[in-house]
Design a protein around this ligand. Structure first.
Ligand code: CP3
Length: 376
């Protein structure tokens, strides 16, 4: 059916707005906390759903997507301050006409990758009647359904993959250690690369706006392979598209907090802060929070900007394999390193399949205690 537009008037009021307040740069009594991949294979209840259902069938079924989105919210009741809709960044290449399989134990595979510029003709084109809202309406249904299930407990985040990261999968045909084929495209076919990136950015921007209309209360853009680029290629092939997406969404959905997670791109912190309108920059664990804060503030001052940029992150997820006392100590140290400035606590990347769900609980509880103590 038609993609749902959430009737906000019929929704229960939000009971926990810590995430939204922190994302707007307001002072909060403690740091809100959530985790990338909080719905995932480290949870036995998630694995139970996956035994019976293909990955993309979970994404396409509003009931199943809602169920797995709610799993961590129920398990860590009162500890998580945001839900993120269950889906994947690769729904965009799928909507653009590419086949994407989720291979158990391997990850995503695109059996017919883009091999040369002429292959762009295989992609559906927004200028030729392709409708983002129709192709990805199932995500909107999942979002609206999840808003009802959440009943105002915590805000719901929508998300999309960023153009370079999606292009990397579309050219590579799956994950890769070096993304050499995708990077080679940038150097051999820069014009075709820009055409592809532009088309993905247009889809991602419309998709994010549609998610807000369906009920998403904040958005995150995942540039997971930014670290493969380095400053020069990032400035040419990633940043302009991230900036475009943020500007497009800000204009249409003012007041909806926008986060960018450009993993490995600490070299570009200044540009992300001063040359885009993202409200939140999500950090991986390879940068010290105090350095990141200082560099962002300096870049904003140098640009004469009065924007507030909030930082999110950034505990190394592999720390959750350590013993409880270590998790407690390192989490408290992380909170201290971000200080009392607005901060959204998170991992520096996603939860991993082997993680003990109880270690995540220790992380969440420690953020609550440590970040509250810092603000007293
Ligand atoms: O809980 C959440 O964070 C929401 C759901 C979510 C998934 N993927 C579910 C998922 C989100 C936000 C994503 C984003 C995503 N997907 C990214 C960006 C974030 C990041 O990790 O850098 C990327 C690069 C992908 C592509 C992708 N999807 C990969 C590389 C893999 C395989 C690796 C892995 O962790 O298994 C996936 C599969 C995937 N997406 C799973 C989940 C829960 C596990 C697969 C399964 O259930 O079989």
């Amino acid at each position: 059916g038609a993609p749902p537009n959430l009737d906000v008037a019929t929704m229960p009021a939000l009971q926990n707005d810590l995430y939204l307040r922190a994302a707007r740069g307001e002072r909060t009594e403690r740091a809100p906390v959530w985790c990338m991949r909080q719905a995932g294979r480290y949870l036995p209840e998630f694995r139970a759903v996956r035994v019976e259902n293909d990955f993309f069938n979970v994404c396409r079924s509003p009931a199943l997507a809602t169920e797995v989105t709610m799993q961590p919210i129920r398990r860590y009741a009162g500890l998580l301050d945001a839900a993120i809709i269950f889906s994947d960044i690769l729904v965009i290449p799928q909507a653009m006409g590419m086949r994407v399989d989720m291979v158990p134990g391997t990850g995503p595979r695109l059996p017919e990758p883009l091999r040369e510029p002429a292959d762009l003709a295989r992609l559906v084109d927004q200028r030729k009647g392709f409708s983002v809202d129709r192709e990805l309406g199932y995500v909107y249904h999942a979002i609206t359904n999840t808003r009802h299930a959440l009943a105002g407990r915590v805000p719901l985040l929508g998300f999309a993959g960023a153009p370079w990261t999606l292009m990397a999968y579309m050219v590579e045909g799956g994950g890769s250690k070096t993304f050499a084929a995708a990077k080679a495209w940038l150097f051999r076919h820069p014009q075709a690369a820009h055409e592809l990136l532009r088309r993905i950015a247009a889809v991602a921007a419309d998709f994010l706006v549609g998610q807000v209309h369906a009920g998403a209360q904040a958005l995150q853009v995942f540039e997971s392979w930014a670290g493969e680029l380095g400053p020069r290629e990032f400035a040419e092939f990633s940043l302009p598209y991230l900036a475009h997406i943020a500007a497009h969404v800000k204009q249409r959905c003012p007041g909806v907090p926008l986060t960018v997670f450009a993993r490995g791109a600490h070299y570009a912190l200044e540009q992300l802060a001063a040359e885009t309108v993202f409200d939140v920059i999500s950090l991986d664990w390879t940068i010290a929070p105090a350095d990141a804060r200082a560099r962002v503030d300096r870049a904003l001052r140098a640009a004469g900007s009065d924007r507030r940029v909030v930082l999110q992150g950034n505990l190394d997820p592999t720390l959750l394999f350590a013993d409880e006392a270590t998790v407690r100590r390192r989490t408290a140290e992380m909170c201290a390193a971000f200080g009392a400035a607005p901060h959204i606590a998170n991992l520096g990347h996603g939860m991993m399949p082997g993680h003990d769900p109880e270690r995540l609980r220790v992380f969440l509880e420690t953020v609550h205690q440590a970040s509250r103590a810092l603000r007293q």
